[in-house]
Unconditional design. Structure first.
Length: 386
């Protein structure tokens, strides 16, 4: 089991959380020659409630061989408005969704970080954080960890963000997911595509993701708070698709941060990344892409401005604003249309559903951002990411 670093040997950076944001951040920091600790509360590999769909824009940012973590490649995405009788199918030569289980994906990314020189400390829970003029001290369940900087990548309910003085993020969407083991005949009905269905969940959508043969991840999410009725909506959705007969079922609930925190995402040598910063896409509720990008941006900012905390915070804030936050503002407007006004949504899809579906496919492919949809321009490579 990984050991506990001693306070006499402070780290350059303590990365809290070993999901995509944390693992990728640690990987790139270690590659820069910095001494990095990854503090993870659960011993990997651990189950993570998540659809596990990896978009092309996320894969483009990853320079890690996924190996067996890539369970299925979906070149086709289906988008259905069930009550309106509308169906749209988008296909690309490049997989539009690479299906993974987060336990395997996270373990793969974390191993790459460890191989690059990062030190894993697990199981390790952050309980408090204190600052002095030169470093941070994180009180954890495994002892005190000292570092010049900390990256909070420990999810939507980030204990590290709370310990560092941030309040809770009020913009969280509840979701439920069922991991189903089904017969080959049932699996084959859904194996060809990633499926997204509207008109099934109030102010949200439902999905079917085919994983390894015989395994479907089926879920639903809503921007409505509180999550009243979501379990019943999932049951009705399973019945509607004929998925109420299965060999095994496991249910998991989670929340998705669908708007960034209103406060600055970096201050006093602590940087927030991924879900801890609230960077999930409010249209698709996909969070891995921005988790990976924010992890890379955090690593680049720390490496470039290491001797000047103000420069680190400024670099990170500017790059996240340029590469993520502007796009999310446009995405939130589109999300309000999709989820807040079902009649208008149906009208828009009757008129322009094909173009809209193709445009969103371009966004998840990384060819364009949501803001680019307004100008019909191509997206440039992310700043600060090589």
């Amino acid at each position: 089991m990984p050991g506990v670093p001693t306070p006499s040997r402070p780290f350059d950076v303590a990365v809290v959380g070993a999901g995509p944001a944390g693992a990728v951040c640690a990987l790139h920091l270690a590659r820069q020659g910095l001494r990095v600790a990854v503090l993870e509360k659960s011993v990997p590999p651990r189950y993570k409630a998540c659809g596990g769909g990896l978009t092309p824009r996320a894969r483009h940012l990853l320079d890690v061989d996924l190996g067996g973590a890539a369970e299925r490649l979906c070149h086709v995405v289906e988008l259905n408005l069930l009550d309106a009788g509308l169906a749209f199918r988008v296909e690309r030569d490049e997989p539009l969704v690479t299906m993974t289980m987060r336990a395997d994906l996270d373990a793969r990314l974390l191993q790459a970080a460890v191989d690059a020189g990062a030190e894993l400390v697990t199981p390790c829970t952050v309980r408090a954080l204190e600052r002095d003029n030169r470093r941070l001290e994180l009180t954890t369940s495994r002892g005190t960890v000292a570092a010049r900087y900390a990256v909070a990548a420990d999810g939507a309910a980030s204990a590290t963000a709370r310990a560092a003085g941030w309040g809770p993020n009020p913009h969280e969407a509840p979701a439920l997911e069922s991991e189903l083991r089904v017969s080959p005949e049932v699996y084959d009905r859904f194996a060809g595509s990633a499926r997204f269905d509207f008109d099934t969940v109030a102010r949200g959508y439902a999905w079917v993701f085919p994983k390894r043969p015989g395994h479907l991840s089926v879920g639903c999410g809503s921007i409505r708070r509180p999550a009243r009725g979501l379990k019943g909506e999932l049951e009705r959705y399973l019945g509607r698709l004929g998925l109420d007969a299965f060999r095994h079922r496991e249910d998991h609930g989670f929340v998705i941060p669908v708007a960034p925190r209103s406060a600055r995402l970096a201050r006093d040598r602590v940087l927030l990344a991924g879900d801890a910063a609230g960077l999930a896409d409010p249209v698709t509720c996909e969070g891995i892409s921005h988790a990976v990008l924010s992890g890379r941006l955090a690593a680049a900012a720390v490496a470039e401005g290491f001797d000047d905390p103000i420069a680190v915070e400024s670099l990170y804030g500017q790059r996240v604003a340029a590469e993520i936050l502007g796009d999310l503002r446009v995405a939130r407007g589109l999300a309000r249309l999709l989820y807040g006004f079902p009649r208008l949504r149906r009208l828009v899809f009757r008129v322009a559903g094909r173009r809209l579906s193709e445009a969103v496919a371009d966004v998840v492919s990384g060819r364009r951002g949501y803001a680019d949809l307004l100008t019909r321009t191509n997206r440039r490579p992310p700043a600060g990411v090589s």
